[in-house]
Design a protein around this ligand. Structure first.
Ligand SMILES: Nc1nc2c(ncn2[C@@H]2O[C@H](COP(=O)(O)OP(=O)(O)OP(=O)(O)O)[C@@H](O)[C@H]2O)c(=O)[nH]1
Length: 300
């Protein structure tokens, strides 16, 4: 077919294209006195659905102040850093939507100094689906699939955080190392599925005895750890004994008295490596096994 028989493509212009893209193109301006506005804000997708563009062309302060959680200080400091060092502005925030969950929006923009302040040209994209997927995968990485408790990885991150708070503020922090006694025997006698059920019930039972700032995690097999911020050793010991006692009379479906726990407790010593704390709790657990199980021990 001769080339000139093919229809010439329609002229494509940005004005036609921009309303159809799944995102927003913008120009953002911050004056020296801090006044913020969007001289240009166009695009498609859902991000502009509830936004008054005429208002934002005059004043963007209201929109920024509406942001929830720590998104407001986060975005203000990202703007400040970008303006000060003329670095690209790259951040994400939650945009409130009426009668809907907030949408996650990613921003990427390039700053340029102008006479009366700084101006950014950039794009915003709705990344709610991607953030939802990230959260799902993170939960999967941090959760024990059988009991739905935090796993060892999550526990170690949490323990590192609370230990640094304890060192900074000089507040007490204790841990419990919990192990089900003769679990192999229980599995052999009642079957693996019943064993699984004991692990699940123990997780629920332990959680119900704790405060919301405490964390119980499954370390693996029939071993669990509880982290108790703001709790000295004596209190931790008393709580461990309450748990041990409650489990020893609980009916896990095989009659009461079939499941008992050995528990080692230890208190964090300001600034010590976490491995030392865990080792002390481990040794205390071994002592509890040594002295006959179904008891709580600590190492002096
Ligand atoms: N049902 C079930 N059993 C598990 C799971 N993970 C580990 N186990 C079993 O837990 C048992 C642990 O046995 P041991 O380490 O010998 O300890 P124990 O029999 O509890 O003996 P003591 O700790 O000395 O009181 C093993 O038989 C493992 O197969 C699990 O997810 N489900």
């Amino acid at each position: 077919m001769p080339v000139n028989d093919i229809d010439a493509p329609e002229q494509v212009s940005a004005d036609h294209l921009v309303p159809h893209i799944p995102g927003v193109i913008f120009q953002f301006h911050r004056a020296r006195n801090g006044h913020m506005r969007f001289p240009y804000l166009e695009g498609g997708g859902v991000a502009l659905k509830h936004i008054d563009r005429e208002l934002l062309a005059e004043n963007a302060g209201q929109l920024v102040e509406q942001l929830t959680g720590n998104d407001h200080p986060k975005i203000m400091s990202a703007i400040e850093r970008s303006a000060r060092w003329m670095l690209p502005l790259t951040t994400r925030f939650r945009l409130p939507f009426p009668k809907e969950k907030p949408h996650w929006i990613a921003v990427s923009a390039k700053p340029t100094p102008v006479d009366d302040g700084v101006q950014w040209n950039g794009i915003m994209m709705d990344i709610s689906d991607q953030v939802g997927e990230e959260q799902r995968l993170r939960k999967l990485c941090d959760t024990d699939p059988l009991t739905q408790l935090p796993n060892r990885r999550k526990l170690m991150m949490h323990l590192t955080h609370v230990a640094s708070l304890s060192t900074r503020h000089g507040t007490p922090l204790s841990i419990m190392m919990i192990d089900i006694d003769h679990f192999k025997r229980l599995n052999d006698r009642w079957g693996h599925l019943h064993g699984d059920d004991v692990l699940k019930q123990l997780a629920t039972h332990t959680q119900s005895l704790l405060r919301c700032e405490d964390m119980v995690a499954r370390l693996g097999g029939e071993e669990f750890m509880v982290v108790l911020p703001l709790t000295p050793l004596q209190q931790c010991h008393a709580l461990a004994d309450r748990l041990r006692q409650a489990i020893s009379v609980h009916d896990f479906g095989m009659g009461p008295g079939q499941v008992t726990l050995s528990i080692g407790v230890a208190e964090y010593r300001c600034g010590e490596p976490l491995t030392s704390l865990i080792e002390r709790a481990d040794q205390a657990l071994y002592s509890a096994k040594d002295v006959g199980r179904d008891c709580v021990c600590h190492i002096r």
